[in-house]
Design a protein. Structure first.
Length: 212
């Protein structure tokens, strides 16, 4: 097992940026989050230009490699390759996993897929995803059009797929224990870390709650 797949099999806390504009503090907050216990950083922005994303991504890559953590790029296989990130995360309306693998070729890259139902989770595994995001568990402004899945399906999805499942959507320190007690092993957060006053403390507290 290579180091990327080893870290993918062992991760617990996944942090996703949701940048609406260039943020001069984002690298400081990402570094603080990594120090606090985040295992994977995903660069997500629907508004930044490609050059801005690449500049930021190259710096994130330096930080994640320093801490021996994983760096994932949202949606864009081309930008992921330009940054030499560790992998790409695809939504349901992005390119297929097959197409992503074809573009990636023989490079050692991770491919994740967002899923919003049991059927999508099972399909993503069949198509060759390395991991899936499963949610939104709770209501979240980052996915306002999606109805929350709730806690009841977590245990079932964990039984039905063998690849890592990361629960996502509205998760924070107030409800993360409920998510873990429902059967989750991994969680992804956005605002719980990157909207916190102290990204290190937020990540550290979440990691502690996840690991109880």
């Amino acid at each position: 097992m290579n180091w990327k797949k080893e870290r993918l099999s062992n991760f617990r806390l996944y942090a996703i940026t949701d940048l609406k504009a260039e943020d001069p503090n984002i690298l400081l907050n990402i570094t603080a989050a990594l120090k606090g216990g985040v295992d994977i950083i995903q660069l997500r922005s629907k508004t930044l230009t490609d050059p801005a994303l690449i500049r930021l991504g190259m710096n994130i890559r330096k930080a994640t490699r320093k801490f021996k953590k994983l760096f994932i790029v949202n949606d864009r296989v081309d930008l992921m390759l330009a940054m030499d990130a560790d992998g790409v995360h695809l939504g349901q309306h992005d390119v297929s996993i097959f197409t992503a693998r074809k573009i990636i070729g023989n490079r050692d890259k991770i491919v994740g897929r967002s899923t919003h139902s049991m059927a999508q989770a099972i399909q993503a595994e069949r198509e060759g995803a390395d991991y899936i995001g499963f949610g939104p568990i709770f209501q979240t402004p980052t996915k306002p059009t999606y109805r929350p899945i709730g806690l009841s399906q977590i245990h079932e999805v964990m039984k039905c797929v063998r690849i890592p499942v990361v629960c996502v959507g509205g998760i924070d320190r107030s409800n993360v224990r409920k998510v873990m007690e429902a059967g989750a092993e991994r969680v992804a957060v956005v605002r719980a870390i990157f909207s916190a006053k102290n990204a290190y403390q937020a990540a550290h507290e979440l990691k502690g709650l996840i690991s109880k």
